[in-house]
Every structure is written in structure tokens, then in C-alpha cells.
Design a protein around this ligand. Structure first.
Ligand code: PEP
Ligand code: MN
Length: 335
């Protein structure tokens, strides 16, 4: 980190700042030019409050030259992290598919979809029990009962389950859930991130609707800083000026994240576009972009779905997509 000192800064105040920073265990190297003095800070600068230093009278500007995320940073962990969900590996070189309805509705619905997506080759079953809806009058999910239905589907079909937690107060209900999702709206719910960081189970973290890549990685860092390094990142579309699609899929985030972090990266083309026919081309594009997987909404009766039916694939559409996924995976292995 570099602190640019103002031209006519009081030398005593500069000395005080130097002492304060040294007190934090940092080494300070001065570089005095004709017009500016730079202070180079060497050591662990993660705990430094940049705003506080910037507010000092003697400081012109503070610049970070290292990323503020450490545990998620590929620089300090060059190998890919492979998240192992009871034998289903995400990030290990294979392209993993998570599929299922937006929300769990009935025992028949979740079991039928689980059976269908498993038969088509999905590795994990998704289904929302706690639903973050824009309107309080929309279906809010079956909550605890929804988790029980997912567990039953898991028992019958043998697919590990992924479901979203919205509040840390509900966390005990997720004891037998295989992967806990933290949704886009909660990406910066720091207390929730800390809470799931203390669990010993994989966390699927979705990118916030208007979050930068660095904010996304800092949220992963929150989870990892508490000890849980099993984090899967999910690009699910961001808010832009475009209105033709529900969100804008930032496909560039995939290679970018893969460069910056060792964590697995997947995409969610269902929420990114809101349009079922766009799910297939974007899934294939994600394979080409180097993603570790995809999460797709599938419903056995989209017209009657209680949530996101319009963007859900029918089981037969999902099956056709999976055939193309397998061919595309094979093709990329030959390159
Ligand atoms: C979901 O996956 O069901 C969901 C609500 O996604 P997001 O948080 O990306 O909107
Ligand atoms: Mn949905």
C-alpha cells in the first residue's frame, strides 16, 4: 500500500503517522521526490482502515497495490479449489450441473423433478425453501417444510441438495443440507456470511445484483476468513440498462474470476436472462469460457409454478440441453 503525502505536510505529523503504522507491524519506506513524498507500507495491510488514513490532513491519497482478498486470491493459492459434495466435485475440471425448480412446492413436484434431472445427468438438485421475493405478497417458500421435502427427494433420488438460507436465525434447519446457497440479495449480508463461514459445508455464493468482482470476492473472503474455504462462486447476471433480459449475464466474469481466485465458478443463466431458450446457448458458452458448472431452473409444470415458471425449462428441454452439454464438454477436451 502506498500513502501519498501532501506537499507541505507537517514533518512531525508525518513522523506520527509513520510510528502509528509501524505500531501495526508494518515497515515504512519513504521515497521523497521534488513534489511528492511517498510512504510505502510493507506487511499485512488487510486491517488498515484506508478511509481513516485518507482523512488525515497530511495525506493526499492512499493506494492499494495488492488485492484486499487473501484467502480467495489465486496468488497465494495457485491450485484450483475442488469442492467435494459427497463425491460430486465442483472445480475439479468437470462441468457440474445443478438443476431443479425455483421453489419446492409439493412432495410430488420436487421428487418428480429430482427424478427427471437425475436421469438427464444433473449432479445436484436445487430447490428454494426460503424465497427472496420482491413482493411480500408473492409465495415466500415452504421454509422448514421445504427443506424436509428436499431431504426426502435426496433420500429417494440420491442427489445432493442445494438450497438458500436467507437469515442466520434459520441456520439450524440446514443441518442436513449439502450445499447452502447465499443468494444475490444477501451477498453483502456480512453477519450471514460470517455465520455460514463457521459451518463445515460448501457455500454457493451468488453475485449481488450490482456488485463488482472485487466486492464479490470480498464476500467470499468473509466466509473463508471464518474458516470455511469451501466456497463456490455463482455469476447470476447483474443489473444494467438492458431490459430485454431479466439481468445481464456477465460471462466475462468467468475467466476473470478464474484468474483472480482459485474458487470454483459457475453461472446461473436462468436468473441471468429470465428466458428459457437462452439457457442452452449460455450454458454452452459457459463451458467455453471455462466455468466449473451451471445452475439451471427446471420445473415439471412451468405454467403452474409458484415462482419463476416463465424462465424454467421443462424436463425434456433440460434433457436435450444435457446432451449438448456432454458433447460440448467432450469437444473442449479435444482442444
Ligand atoms: C435462486 O437461485 O433461487 C435465487 C433467488 O437466485 P438469486 O439470488 O441469484 O436471485
Ligand atoms: Mn428462481
Amino acid at each position: 500500500m502506498i500513502v501519498i503525502v501532501k506537499q507541505n505536510a507537517c514533518p512531525q505529523q508525518v513522523e506520527n503517522l509513520k510510528k502509528e503504522l509501524e505500531g501495526l507491524g508494518l515497515q515504512i519506506h519513504f521515497s521523497k521526490g521534488v513534489n511528492t513524498t511517498l510512504m510505502g507500507l510493507v506487511g499485512d495491510t488487510t486491517k488498515i482502515d484506508i478511509g481513516k488514513i485518507e482523512s488525515l490532513d497530511i495525506v493526499e491519497e492512499v493506494k492499494r497495490i495488492q488485492e484486499p482478498y487473501k484467502k480467495a486470491n489465486r496468488k497465494f493459492h495457485p491450485e484450483n479449489t475442488v469442492v467435494d459434495v459427497h463425491g460430486v466435485k465442483i472445480g475439479g475440471g468437470d462441468f457440474q450441473v445443478i438443476a431443479g425448480p425455483c421453489s419446492v412446492e409439493t412432495p410430488e413436484q420436487i421428487c418428480e423433478v429430482a427424478r427427471d434431472v437425475k436421469a438427464s445427468g444433473a449432479g445436484l438438485l436445487r430447490g428454494g425453501a426460503f424465497k427472496p421475493r420482491t413482493s411480500p405478497y408473492s409465495f415466500q417458500g415452504l421454509r422448514g417444510e421445504g427443506i424436509q421435502l428436499l431431504l426426502k427427494a435426496k433420500e429417494e433420488m440420491g442427489l445432493p441438495i442445494v438450497t438458500e438460507v436467507m437469515s442466520y436465525e434459520d441456520i439450524d434447519l440446514f443441518e442436513n443440507v449439502d450445499v447452502i446457497q447465499v443468494g444475490a440479495r444477501n451477498m453483502q449480508n456480512f453477519e450471514l456470511l460470517k455465520r455460514v463461514g463457521r459451518l463445515n459445508k460448501p457455500i454457493l455464493l451468488k453475485r449481488g445484483l450490482s456488485s463488482t468482482i472485487e466486492e464479490f470476492l470480498m464476500s467470499a473472503e468473509y466466509i473463508m476468513a471464518e474458516g470455511n474455504e469451501n466456497v463456490i462462486l455463482c455469476e447470476r447476471g447483474i443489473r444494467t440498462f438492458e431490459t430485454k433480459t431479466r439481468n445481464t449475464l456477465d460471462l466475462a466474469a468467468v475467466p476473470l474470476l478464474k484468474k483472480l481466485t482459485h474458487l470454483p465458478v459457475i453461472i446461473d443463466p436462468s436468473h441471468a436472462t429470465g428466458i428459457p431458450w437462452m439457457v442452452e446457448p449460455l450454458t454452452l458458452a459457459a463451458i467455453a469460457a471455462g466455468a466449473d458448472g451451471v445452475m439451471i431452473e427446471v420445473h415439471n409444470n412451468p405454467e403452474k409454478a409458484l415462482c419463476d415458471g416463465a424462465q424454467s425449462l421443462r424436463p425434456e428441454q433440460f434433457d436435450a440441453l444435457m446432451k449438448k452439454v456432454n458433447k460440448t464438454k467432450e469437444f473442449f477436451k479435444t482442444l
